[in-house]
Design a protein around this ligand. Structure first.
Ligand code: UDX
Length: 446
């Protein structure tokens, strides 16, 4: 919404949320306090806020005044009832729809921005049509393809924008209205108009394909570790085939983030609900390999440290699910830590952007052990060098650039010998680290 406001000064954009703290932070005069860390976002908010970008908790007023309403609430995987662990939880979407229905006094275009199961638009339409004040609602699906850490650039230079809607005259007009907003900065050829179900499904499928690439290369990384092949060399060799392409082939400790797992689970659930077991199993395998990769990394640490990590200090460099974000949702680090804590390891975490509170919250949520136990076994450090005294091992969980330029000689002198480094992101210089004396292991190489 900030980017839309930034690029379209004539459009008034109001972002509303029931969470007062969050809105307060979005309105904070100190731009360092915005609730999301995202490169470039601060400048965009600084330009547009107060001009045509507003943040408010007055939801009803904003609905009343709007021509278009984007629903962008979260749709987490259900943790209860039917479809638990797989289906998307649509309660927040439904609450939004009911709120819009109650308040709207004139025609509105309602846009699904949240990632949703196929056919949700129909459910939203039913709620709006049956509980509303008999105004006309056009429902569009406009999935978001931005990736965190590069969000602003992804929006400003989007590969494509997808707009799904009905092919009735009203639906076509609504699609055009939304398209004209994006046309302020994107060429028209990149704006795809589809039916609403294609649009909804495409979002899930795009994420499933991306995640599948990572699981594919990660499965090969396990094979590389058993042979003398090097996963980067394999990735490069196959990526040069223009049909395969080079992107998203970085072997890692496993993908994280709020989207990939959730969307695949959702796809699996939808396939199952239509009786397509083979399709469901096929996509489920992408998640299974991802879980395997995280477990494998933890197992490698354990077996390399002579099959016991009890009481041994292991330093985690990175907790975020990838660099340049403070987002930790589904981060591989959480699961690797959990596995090592089960072995009574003592973990110290350093991440340049993630707060201590967040790290503990992520662990506590797993319910593997008590909160006290998590705090006893895991500590959070604010300095990458202070944390390594007497450590047996360092594990790189997030590919933050700063890890590459740390003073590795100094780190080596502080650690116990032999000093192990487990690089789950393949970002460190193996010649340099081996030269210093480290026992350096990285994913995808023997
Ligand atoms: C993803 C999609 O890229 C985006 O289009 C969609 O809108 C939301 O989901 P995001 O979750 O922000 O975006 O991050 P992304 O860059 O896709 O990375 C996801 C995870 O995969 C991260 O944990 C990342 O470290 C990992 N990854 C990515 C790899 O392990 N290897 C790769 O080659 C690429």
């Amino acid at each position: 919404m900030s980017v839309i406001a930034f690029k379209c000064p004539d459009i008034r954009v109001t972002v509303v949320d029931i969470n007062q703290e969050r809105i307060k932070a979005w309105n904070d005069t100190d731009l360092e306090n915005l609730p999301i860390y995202e490169p470039g976002l601060k400048d965009i908010v600084a330009t547009a806020r107060g001009r045509n970008l507003f943040f408010s908790t007055d939801i009803d007023q904003a609905i009343d005044q709007a021509d278009m309403i984007f629903i962008s609430v979260n749709t987490p995987t259900k943790t209860y009832g039917k479809g638990k662990g797989q289906a998307a939880d649509l309660k927040y979407i439904e609450l939004c729809a009911r709120n819009i229905a109650r308040v709207a006094k004139d025609d509105k275009i309602v846009i699904e921005k949240s990632t949703l199961p196929v056919r949700t638009a129909q459910a939203i339409k039913n709620i709006l049509d049956n509980t509303g004040n008999h105004v006309n609602f056009e429902i569009l699906s406009n999935p978001e393809f931005l990736a965190e850490g590069t969000a602003i650039n992804d929006l400003l230079n989007a590969d494509r924008v997808l707009i799904g809607g009905d092919s009735t005259p009203g639906g076509e007009a609504a699609k055009q209205a939304l398209s004209s907003i994006y046309e302020n900065w994107l060429p028209k050829e990149r704006i795809l108009l589809t039916n609403v179900w294609s649009s909804e499904l495409s979002k899930l499928v795009a994420n499933a394909f991306l995640a599948q690439r990572i699981s594919s290369i990660n499965s090969i990384s396990a094979l590389c570790e058993k042979t003398d092949a090097n996963v980067d060399e394999v990735a490069k060799a196959i990526g040069l085939d223009s049909r395969i392409g080079p992107k998203f082939l970085n072997a890692s400790v496993g993908f994280g983030g709020s989207c990939f797992q959730k969307d695949i689970l959702n796809l699996v659930y939808i396939a199952k609900s239509y009786g397509l077991e083979e399709v469901a199993n096929y996509w489920d395998q992408v998640i299974k390999i991802n879980d395997y990769q995280k477990q494998r990394f933890a197992d490698t640490i354990l077996s390399t440290l002579y099959n016991t990590v009890a009481g041994k200090k292991i330093v985690f460099y990175g907790w975020a699910f990838k660099k340049d974000t403070n987002d930790t949702r589904e981060s591989a680090a959480i699961y690797v830590a959990d596995a090592l804590l089960e072995e009574q390891a003592e973990i110290v975490v350093y991440d340049p952007k993630v707060s201590e509170q967040q790290i503990y919250a992520d662990l506590d949520r797993l319910n593997t052990r008590s909160e006290q136990e998590n705090r006893r076994l895991l500590r959070v450090s604010k300095d990458p060098l202070d944390s390594v005294d007497d450590a047996h091992a360092i594990a790189v969980l997030t590919e933050w650039d700063e890890f590459k330029t740390l003073d590795w000689e100094k780190i080596y002198t502080k650690m116990l010998k032999p000093s192990f480094v487990f690089d789950g992101r393949r970002i460190l210089d193996s010649n340099k680290l081996n030269g210093i004396g480290f026992k350096y292991y990285r994913i995808g190489e023997s």
